[in-house]
Design a protein. Structure first.
Length: 152
C-alpha cells in the first residue's frame, strides 16, 4: 500500500509504465461524470463514482489478484482500511475471477484519504474502501472518487 497526495504522484510513476499511465489518467478525468473510462482497454481503466460511505460493520474487506487499484479522492474524504496479512482474515466470499475480488472479514488499520489524496493497493492487499470518517454514522459530505484499475 502507498498512501500519499496526488501532487506527489511523480515519485511513484517509476514503479511501472502502467502505473504512470494510471496516474496521468487521473488528471484528465477529475471533471468527468461518474462511469467507466477505458485508458488501455481492460489493461487500465478507471471508474468514477459518487460513493455512499458506510460504517465499518456495514463494509467489507476485498482483495484483488489481477489488478492494482489507485483510489483517488476528487471531493470529500473517506476512510480506507488496509490489512497486509490476508492469512489472518476469514474468507466470506471465495475469489471470483470475473470480478477479480475475494471478500474477507477480519481486522486492519485505517487511513483517512482527503480530497487530492490517493491510496495505491497492490494485488493480495486486503482493503476496505468507502468507510465513513465520522464514527457515529455516514458523513453528509459527498464522496466523489476515481478508482484506476491496472492489470498486472
Amino acid at each position: 500500500m502507498i498512501f500519499d497526495m496526488y501532487e506527489n504522484a511523480e515519485r511513484y510513476k517509476n514503479i511501472s509504465a502502467n502505473i504512470a499511465k494510471g496516474f496521468d489518467a487521473i488528471a484528465s478525468l477529475v471533471n468527468n461524470e461518474p462511469g467507466r473510462y477505458e485508458i488501455d482497454g481492460d489493461n487500465i481503466y478507471a471508474n468514477i463514482m459518487d460513493a455512499q460511505k458506510k460504517n465499518v460493520p456495514d463494509s467489507v474487506w476485498e482483495v484483488h489478484n489481477k489488478y492494482i487499484d489507485i483510489h483517488y479522492v476528487v471531493s470529500g474524504e473517506e476512510r480506507l482500511g488496509y490489512a497486509p496479512d490476508n492469512d489472518t482474515m476469514k474468507v466470506v466470499t471465495p475469489y471470483d475471477a470475473k470480478g477479480d475480488a475475494e471478500i474477507l472479514s477480519g481486522d486492519g488499520s485505517f487511513v483517512v484519504n482527503p480530497a487530492g489524496g490517493f491510496v495505491l493497493f497492490f494485488p493480495y492487499e486486503a482493503h476496505m474502501p468507502g468507510v465513513t470518517v465520522a464514527e457515529k454514522g455516514p458523513d453528509q459530505i459527498g464522496l466523489r472518487k476515481i478508482v484506476v484499475k491496472i492489470k498486472i
